[in-house]
Design a protein around this ligand. Structure first.
Ligand code: FEO
Ligand code: CA
Ligand code: CA
Ligand code: CA
Length: 682
């Protein structure tokens, strides 16, 4: 029996704002807010540029129109250009003709390119290879052997990744399955009364997680290598280990793992990261809503993350079998102690999870040293022999933070492995108004940290407790509240780090700051920074503001103005390829796509040197374009399409992509190739 009066699911992808800390914003502490911010943003740009720049080419106020026909700028005045010795002598990075926005239920790419759907939800992958049933009547057991739903972060590991890392014709395509459309995953939608049919719950859990897909090029077509031992599903029920400083802590002890070193599943896997040792890190983003805790007073490690006190997102806790694997989603205190119930189950989520795609038997490892929050993804700085491993991760909720992890042990290619992520220092970012920034250590032995904790009257039993409560620790240090940090990318030659800030409609005029300069930020922006030599401070500026045609980023000769060739909103997925092209994907809401000037979600290509930006890809109706990876030769690009037709009902589909002819929409990968066999984007 379906009871939609109580079965209300928020699939917006936005966790309820749970940052109630009183960290000040510049806007709140400065009386002359507007004048100051206007000046400070300019100062910020100057500070960022000043680290690397020689003179700008021009001194006039001419706005550089960023149209597709504009050629490489003669005033190569960005930091990337100053570090790239060849930038002034090479052809423009972006050789294609920009495409227009549209509201079509298809993939649109520039003339001379081809887009081919691949491995949609339900593709048989393992075991008995159960066929996808177009009426969504596959069982839970079948879904466990099929590609999951809601494709997101994705990475192509060349089959020779562990040695030469060169194959562009065979590899392991590893991707996340962020969540489900409950109205589309079952023939008649979800069933809910006092309980839920256990097999519906099993299917939903199995549609989440990660797929490892062995693929190979056959002629000009990519195919799944059927029967490959590498093909694998990791789901929201797969047993996995907990490692790092929080492993074994009493707050991770559950009935399933009394010693707090294991859990089942990874949830709401959004973006990802590839480690320098060729493993895959999957990010647990909006995991908190999958749990319910009806205790009168929730512990801070639940409350600060937005665990519901009413019901889990999909009511998995109500599975009618009453099996332990389902009731664990109810974290209400029920037993005598923590090992008699699942009060601590949510504490085993919110981590980055390492999967070695080349070890099909290996248990995924939750790496607690990287902190616990709404991880969007992770991006590694290029590894340097003998130096620590450095990676960055954003917490995608309104007014949350950007973090950096630096390993305690140095990277050595011959011995590198996931153990490097078990010890190190976690930092959180503070963006100052003058274009400088600081990395603030979250470390119970750090005197700056302990002093702030003492002043605030907040205590952590140990580093494990701090990491389980990463957000609370970051609050204490006065980190900068950001406009929903999504993906990051590191420029291959300059080392600059770029992060998308997708939007933040909760930010008020009083809360704007130099790094988040717009109130009711519906369109988002992209920020970037460059580490200082000591690696504890940095210089930053705003790379690009999202918005309608005419939106201007920067001033003077450095200004860029969005045109019909590149206007966009809600940047999310991000990749900078080895040529230095930044691929920017958007995740506008259905309303923003339907009523705004931007059309369907899209992917743009940007040259960070010239700030030329061109629209390259438009997705189908009611879908998000999220996840992009390329083969080493840059001639095959894999782009993920998530939740096409997400405003469908069980009987009326708003999209039929990719199968067409009125079929049930399903998430899928898109293979993009250039018809002349060339490099994507040239
Ligand atoms: Fe799942 Fe922040 O996007
Ligand atoms: Ca999404
Ligand atoms: Ca995302
Ligand atoms: Ca998003």
């Amino acid at each position: 029996m379906t009871d939609h009066t109580v079965y209300e699911i928020d699939n917006s992808g936005i966790e309820p704002m749970s940052n109630t800390s009183n960290n000040t914003t510049f806007g709140e502490i400065l009386a002359q807010r507007r004048q100051f911010l206007k000046g400070s943003l300019s100062t910020a740009v100057a500070a960022f540029m000043g680290t690397t720049l020689v003179a700008c080419g021009g001194d006039d106020d001419k706005k550089k129109s960023n149209s597709s026909s504009s050629s490489s700028s003669s005033s190569s005045s960005t930091p990337a250009s100053s570090s790239s010795s060849s930038s002034s002598s090479v052809a423009p990075l972006l050789g294609f003709t920009a495409i227009a926005t549209n509201r079509n239920d298809t993939i649109t790419v520039p003339t001379g390119y081809t887009a081919t759907p691949f491995v949609p939800w339900g593709t048989p992958l393992t075991g008995s290879l159960p066929a996808y049933k177009a009426d969504a009547t596959n069982t839970g057991a079948e879904q466990e052997q099929q590609v999951g739903a809601h494709h997101d972060g994705v990475f192509f590991f060349p089959i020779d990744a562990k040695t030469t890392h060169t194959s562009s014709t065979e590899g392991l395509l590893v991707m996340n399955h962020e969540y489900i459309d409950e109205k589309l995953i079952h023939k008649n939608g979800p069933t809910l009364g006092a309980t839920r049919p256990a097999d519906e719950v099993r299917k939903e859990i199995a549609a989440h997680g990660v797929s490892v897909i062995h693929i190979r090029k056959n002629g000009s077509n990519w195919e799944v290598v059927t029967g490959s031992p590498f093909n694998r599903r990791v789901t929201s029920g797969t047993p996995m280990d907990i490692r790092g400083p929080a492993a074994g802590d009493a707050k991770l002890a559950t009935k399933y793992s009394p010693n707090g070193t294991a859990t089942r599943g990874t949830i709401n896997n959004c973006g990802m990261g590839a480690t320098p040792w060729n493993t895959y890190l999957t990010a647990e983003e909006n995991w908190a809503g999958y749990f319910v805790n009806k205790d009168a007073a929730q512990a801070r490690e639940h409350k600060r993350y937005g665990v519901s006190n009413k019901n889990g997102r999909y009511y998995w806790e109500l599975a009618d079998s009453g099996a332990d694997e389902y009731v664990r989603f109810d974290a209400t205190t029920k037993g005598a102690t923590a090992i008699d119930d699942y009060r601590n189950e949510p504490n085993t989520f919110g981590w980055m999870v390492e999967i070695d795609p080349f070890d099909p038997e290996g248990r995924p490892q939750k790496r607690t040293a990287l902190g616990r929050f709404g991880h969007e993804g992770v991006i590694f700085a290029p590894a340097v022999e003998g130096k620590p491993v450095v990676c960055y991760s954003g917490d995608d909720s309104q007014n949350e933070y950007i973090y950096k992890f630096v390993s305690a042990e140095p990277f050595h290619k011959a011995t590198a492995g996931g153990w490097l992520l078990n010890t190190g220092t976690l930092y959180v970012a503070k963006f100052n108004a003058d274009g400088t920034g600081e990395w603030l250590a979250l470390d119970v032995t750090n005197s700056a940290f302990t002093a702030k904790a003492a002043t605030a009257g907040v205590s952590f039993a140990n580093q494990a407790d701090l990491l389980i409560n990463t957000r609370t620790a970051a609050d204490l240090m006065g980190a900068t509240k950001m406009d929903r940090p999504e993906w990051g990318a590191v420029h291959p030659t300059t080392g600059e780090v770029y992060f998308t800030l997708t939007n933040n409609t909760s930010r008020t005029e009083l809360q704007i700051d130099a790094a988040n300069p717009r109130a009711n930020n519906t369109d988002g922006h992209i920020i970037r920074w460059r580490e200082d030599a000591d690696k504890t401070t940095f210089k930053w500026d705003i790379f690009l503001l999202g918005g309608n045609v005419g939106t201007v980023t920067g001033t003077g000769a450095n200004a860029v103005t969005l045109t019909a060739d590149n206007h966009f909103a809600s940047p999310d997925g991000l990749l900078i390829d080895t040529r230095g092209v930044a691929w920017i994907q958007t995740d506008m809401s259905g309303n923003q796509q339907g009523t705004g000037p931007y059309g369907n979600n899209q992917m743009l290509a940007a040259d960070p040197v010239t700030k030329q930006v061109k629209r390259f890809f438009v997705g189908p109706i009611d879908a998000e374009v999220t996840g992009v990876t390329v083969t080493p030769d840059l001639k095959t690009m894999f782009v993920n399409i998530q939740h096409p037709g997400d405003r469908s009902t069980p009987s009326t589909f708003t999209s039929s992509w990719p199968d067409g002819s009125g079929a049930r929409p399903r998430s899928a990968t898109v293979i993009v190739t250039k018809n002349d066999g060339g490099i994507i984007g040239t």
